[in-house]
Design a protein around this ligand. Structure first.
Ligand SMILES: *Cc1c(COP(=O)(O)O)cnc(C)c1O
Length: 394
């Protein structure tokens, strides 16, 4: 039997090292990375400032405990609250754990209002993680199969359907919070419409519900704002992030504002590793580099370049039905009923790392450190794969 549990369908490649947007495998082959470890390594591989942050922090202190003060955690909390306008933050080690903290905040908030079965309204197409509660919130029957009983206190409505959310809230007095991703990642790279985002915020205000935004994937400049809600002129009550925050060093964060920020009190929640000096020291540098080197603007430039590049190259073919998502969360929807998962493998063979989600959506999550030249190579390689896929079909 294999010594690693069989939880992943892995591609036949193992990397030894990386630099910027490139990865190198055990055979010495080079790959252009248009996936960034699934939206994690926004600053690319072996970024000198990140490497130095890890090295210098490891030399001083890796871990103490949350029973003591942690200066780097304090520093990161100040940076994140300043740039988000949220009031405070709880640090975890992963995205799912950040969402678990958000659920506990919502439940405590519900009980504080006298609601006995506090319920969180979640969306079709959502992905919120793999722990039991986050799996319940995730809208993937295949991922849930075999793991019942799932967790109580979740109800689901279609994504981008404001009326459905209003009706659900009107018909269920137990609903205390609405949770969504500004751009659904795993669910097929689908952005919430402006109408839906603004409408859900207004609905939460009217009905005194907490708006929980899962920005685990959309956060940390991925969509062209530090957080995707910053495209709008309001804030969520609870905000979770992870992936890009540590550029690969595990860290998650659950930020809260107003009443939501007062829910968790000593003894209510905790994590042994969460917010330790190594993770927070690294994330402080990641946040600084993103801000100081204007990566939000660069993400927008690269996004425009890659999107228009693919659009131009595919002009005249019927292969692509839509290029969607926001910033460097790019979904290229193919005009096919066939599964396009084979593109992942053939792209790998050609030296390009990408992902295929929801059956026929090519998912690109390239690092922000791409040069224009590298962005053009991503376009060219992706289009070569699309052309080959359709040539094979006909
Ligand atoms: C990746 C992801 C998660 C889960 O994060 P983990 O660190 O894998 O637990 C949750 N929500 C969204 C939107 C994600 O993209």
């Amino acid at each position: 039997m294999q010594p690693i549990m069989n939880t992943y369908g892995r591609l036949p490649v193992t990397f030894t090292h990386g630099k910027g947007a490139y990865l190198y495998d055990t055979e010495g082959k080079t790959y252009l990375d248009a996936l960034s470890g699934i939206a994690v390594c926004g600053l690319g591989h072996a970024h000198p400032a990140v490497t130095e942050a890890i090295r210098s922090q490891a030399e001083k202190l890796i871990h103490t405990s949350n029973i003591y003060g942690i200066a780097r955690q304090q520093e990161l909390a100040e940076k994140l609250t300043a740039l988000s306008g949220m009031d405070n933050v709880f640090f975890s080690n992963s995205g799912a754990e950040a969402n678990e903290a958000a659920f506990k905040i919502a439940r405590k908030y519900g009980h504080s209002k006298g609601v006995n079965i506090p319920t969180i309204l979640v969306m079709e197409g959502a992905f919120h993680g793999r722990t039991l509660a986050t799996l319940t919130a995730t809208a993937n029957p295949a991922a849930q199969a075999g793991f019942g009983p799932l967790v109580e206190g979740f109800q689901r409505v279609p994504f981008n359907d404001l009326q459905a959310a209003k009706d659900a809230v009107a018909n269920n007095k137990n609903i205390v919070a609405i949770m969504m991703e500004p751009v659904q990642g795993e669910g097929g790279v689908t952005a919430a419409t402006d109408e839906f985002m603004n409408g859900i915020r207004a609905l939460c205000d009217e009905q005194e519900l907490l708006l929980i935004l899962d920005e685990i994937q959309t956060g940390n400049a991925r969509t062209g704002r530090y957080f995707a809600y910053q495209y709008y002129n309001w804030q969520p009550d609870v905000l979770t992030t992870a992936k890009g925050l540590g550029n690969g060093v595990p860290i998650g964060a659950c930020l809260a504002k107003g009443k939501a920020a007062e829910m968790l009190q000593p003894g209510n929640h905790g994590s042994t590793y969460g917010g330790n000096p190594l993770a927070c020291g690294t994330a402080c540098t990641v946040v600084d580099v993103i801000k100081n080197e204007n990566y939000c603007e660069r993400v927008t430039e690269l996004s425009d370049r890659i999107r228009s590049g693919i659009r131009n190259a595919m002009e005249g073919t019927q292969y692509v039905s839509e290029i969607r998502g926001k910033g460097l969360m790019i979904g290229v929807k193919l005009n096919t009923q066939e599964s396009a998962v084979s593109i992942m493998k053939s792209a790998l063979e050609s030296g390009l790392l990408l992902n295929v989600t929801a059956g026929n959506v090519i998912r690109l999550l390239p690092p922000f450190v791409l040069t224009n030249d590298e962005a053009d190579q991503v376009v060219q390689k992706v289009c070569t794969q699309i052309n080959a896929f359709f040539a094979d079909q006909s």
